[in-house]
Design a binder for this molecule. Structure first.
Ligand SMILES: [Zn+2]
Length: 305
């Protein structure tokens, strides 16, 4: 999921990016004095890039694992879109970044901002932004930026999340939309969650389906109890982490992963509940209700506490 609140920051971030120049241009006019420092910079940059490429590989490996587990053609296409278009960027603060790879030749370039724990230690504002946001990955369409944060995640959930954000990138590249319109944005979130939900069902199998049915029944009961009028959008509170998800996906490796799992599980259960509640209205009605719900859910979770 992404937060509109950070769009401006991200806009600044990428506008502040510097495209990598020809390495030779780093050699100053005053060669005798500057050359060693330039070489040192190049070495540091190469080291920095190789560290981030290792992190990038872990995200791609995780997504590949999900593609292998699910044999999902759309997941395969999302992964291919990511592989063809990302270039590595290093954040230097919440509002600035350095491009480490050349994006030349990429049809739909996506700045892959890989944030490490070292980056967080080096920048207070970046740390506040990343840890305060509660996300492990985020995507922003203009400019196209995919942020990856250093929260601990198991490979399956890392892969699911990367494919989720990649699906946003692919959707926007294929058919740009007004992402500042909250309803349109919610429609796209519903679409991407439907894709992810299919993957979750495929990975989680019957055990996951059982948990979903129980959670959807709980939601449905509460909605019916609160729904005073027709078409009223009710947002039920999310429960604490359902430990039974550990039996389906293996133990969550961090409290962050627990929150991620519970949120995505809850969204899927809500969709199942809405499919039951609005079954008589047909597919279009159900889709509309999911979009209204997602919009309300996001507003609620962004509300100041
Ligand atoms: Zn999303």
């Amino acid at each position: 999921m992404k937060k509109l609140i950070n769009l401006c920051l991200l806009g600044l971030l990428v506008l502040a990016c510097k495209q990598p120049g020809n390495p030779k241009s780093l050699v100053s006019v005053d060669a005798q004095v500057k050359v060693p420092s330039a070489e040192q910079n190049l070495n540091e940059k190469a080291q920095d890039l190789s560290e981030r490429k290792a992190i990038q590989k872990a995200w791609f490996d995780a997504a590949e694992l999900v593609v292998r587990q699910t044999h999902d053609a759309e997941a395969q296409a999302v992964l291919a879109h990511l592989a063809a278009n990302v270039y590595v960027v290093k954040p230097t603060s919440a509002g600035s970044a350095e491009v480490l790879e050349n994006a030349t030749g990429k049809i739909n370039p996506i700045a892959l901002v890989i944030v490490t724990t070292k980056d967080l230690a080096a920048s207070d504002d970046l740390r506040k932004r990343v840890l305060g946001g509660g996300q492990a990955a985020e995507y922003y369409p203009i400019p196209s930026v995919l942020m990856l944060y250093p929260q601990e995640l198991s490979p399956t959930w890392k892969g699911l999340l990367f494919l989720h954000e990649g699906a946003h990138a692919k959707t926007f590249a294929e058919r740009p939309y007004d992402f500042r319109d909250s309803f349109v944005n919610a429609e796209k979130e519903v679409q991407v969650h439907e894709f992810e939900n299919r993957l979750l069902l495929s990975v989680g199998g019957e055990a996951y389906m059982d948990l979903l049915k129980a959670e959807a029944a709980r939601i449905q009961e509460l909605v019916l109890a609160q729904n005073a009028g027709p078409n009223k959008t009710v947002v039920i509170g999310m429960s604490a982490y359902n430990l039974l998800l550990d039996k389906v996906f293996g133990a969550a490796v961090s409290t962050h992963e627990q929150l991620l799992r519970q949120t995505h599980f809850f969204i899927q259960a809500e969709f199942v509940a809405l499919e039951h509640l609005y079954a008589a209205g047909g597919q279009q009605k159900i889709l509309e209700q999911k979009t209204y719900w997602f919009q309300a859910f996001r507003q609620q979770s962004q509300a100041p506490k």
